[in-house]
Design a protein around this ligand. Structure first.
Ligand SMILES: NC(=O)c1ccc[n+]([C@@H]2O[C@H](COP(=O)([O-])OP(=O)(O)OC[C@H]3O[C@@H](n4cnc5c(N)ncnc54)[C@H](OP(=O)(O)O)[C@@H]3O)[C@@H](O)[C@H]2O)c1
Length: 388
């Protein structure tokens, strides 16, 4: 990102700051980041920017989440170090009261921006509010921080859109088009962070598809990949799936949450990460094909995988029939949802990890192999959701 040698190199700090501002703490990844800061960095203060809901204040949400994941005793130990600020990144000024904002501007030295809307089916203008404008608002806030040492941004490897081949961490806009509003608005957000990084200490992390823990399969979220898997099982058990619209050779990049968090904190620990972008992915050598995952799933569920068809064949012949048969039933929604994942089963790219591997060398953090842990994810999902 800092490729322009005519510019003064941007300096910043290494490691978790004295006072961290974290967004997205109620989400799958943000909750793990919050836990890691509380448990692993007792000297740091943490402010989390959280939305309230009609049923709970922002503080109640965090209290409940921490009590569930850490237990009441541990929550009590951390209470003095955590400050919950009610806000919304889609608002200019982040929806914070001005007094609070002014105090934070003199204290916060580290921002981790993890919040985003990860829905694939939002209209573009809706996704833009949380993702593009949300990131813009975070950057505007960060610009005013008097002690900013790092701005760490959680992006996504799927800014790749419809690209093919080996995708490098330093590449962003390569003329790609996008499958959904999520990819497009995360691309717009990353563009803003790259511009900010020319003059401020910023780092971009791009996870691929984050799944449960590689050792236990544990996860707090059954969104995304898990939804696709569940939909497949539900549709199949209802006799809806006769053919799978996928390319069996499609690389599917899954990355376990424990690796993502370990790698993120190790990379933040190095000043060399400033101004750079890192794929937190399985990457070359560790990326399974769609067919490999289907076979492991078939072994586990004892559901024989149906034959594959191309996306084009599905669109042309299968979809019209499905819509005719199920168009007015509840299953239509399931089919439309399943279709939002279809492009990921017919893509053809692998995420290069040169930057990540270079900086993680010697840390002992290595990429787990999905062929070894994938069944643990299936076991955990089946147990947690009581799937037969
Ligand atoms: N999960 C993955 O597989 C994956 C893969 C690649 C990249 N990522 C990136 O990782 C980050 C976290 O994803 P995740 O899986 O943890 O998503 P998630 O579970 O849906 O959590 C999203 C978080 O963002 C917050 N948020 C959204 N809009 C907000 C707003 N306007 N104001 C304040 N907070 C807002 C949500 O708050 P509420 O609880 O109030 O909704 C929630 O805390 C995202 O940037 C995503 O793009 C995730």
């Amino acid at each position: 990102m800092n490729a322009d040698s005519s510019q003064t190199p941007v300096t910043g700090s290494a490691g978790v700051g004295e006072h961290v501002l974290l967004t997205g703490a109620t989400g799958f990844l943000g909750a793990e980041i919050m836990k890691r800061i509380l448990r692993g960095h007792p000297e740091s203060r943490l402010t989390v920017l959280v939305r309230s809901t009609p049923r709970e204040t922002a503080s109640e949400r965090i209290e409940r989440l921490l009590a569930k994941s850490c237990g009441l005793q541990e929550v009590a130990r951390h209470r003095d170090r955590v400050e919950v600020v009610e806000g919304d990144i889609s608002n200019r000024g982040l929806g914070m009261d001005s007094e609070r904002a002014a105090t934070l501007q003199t204290r916060v030295d580290h921002v981790i921006h993890c919040a985003a809307s990860i829905r694939f089916d939002s209209p573009l203008e809706v996704a833009r509010r949380d993702n593009t404008e949300g990131t813009r608002n975070m950057l505007t806030f960060a610009e005013r921080l008097t002690r900013l040492g790092r701005f760490d941004y959680i992006g996504t490897a799927y800014v790749a859109g419809n690209r093919r081949g080996l995708l490098k961490e330093d590449e962003l806009d390569m003329g790609q088009t996008f499958t959904n509003s999520y990819e497009q608005t995360k691309m717009e957000s990353e563009t803003l962070v790259r511009a900010f990084a020319k003059t401020h200490p910023a780092t971009i992390f791009r996870p691929s598809v984050v799944v449960g823990d590689s050792k236990t399969g544990e996860t707090s979220s059954f969104q995304g990949f898990y939804q696709a898997l569940l939909l497949y099982r539900q549709l199949y058990s209802k006799g809806v799936i006769v053919l799978v619209p996928a390319d069996p050779d499609t690389p599917v990049d899954l990355v376990p949450i424990d690796y993502v968090v370990d790698a993120l904190f190790a990379l933040m620990d190095s000043k060399k990460s400033i101004g750079r972008c890192f794929h937190l992915t399985s990457g070359p050598g560790h990326t399974c094909t769609f067919d490999e995952l289907m076979r492991i799933t078939a072994d586990f569920t004892k559901i024989k995988p149906p034959p594959y068809v191309t996306k084009e064949t599905y669109q042309r012949y299968l979809r019209p029939v499905l819509m005719l048969v199920f168009g007015r039933t509840k299953k239509r929604g399931m089919i439309l949802k399943a279709e939002t994942y279809m492009n990921y089963a017919s893509s053809n790219f692998v995420f290069d990890k040169t930057n990540t591997n270079e900086l993680l060398a010697g840390t002992g953090i290595t990429t787990p192999d999905p062929r070894k842990y994938f069944v643990k994810l299936l076991e955990y999902q089946a147990k947690a959701l009581r799937l037969g």
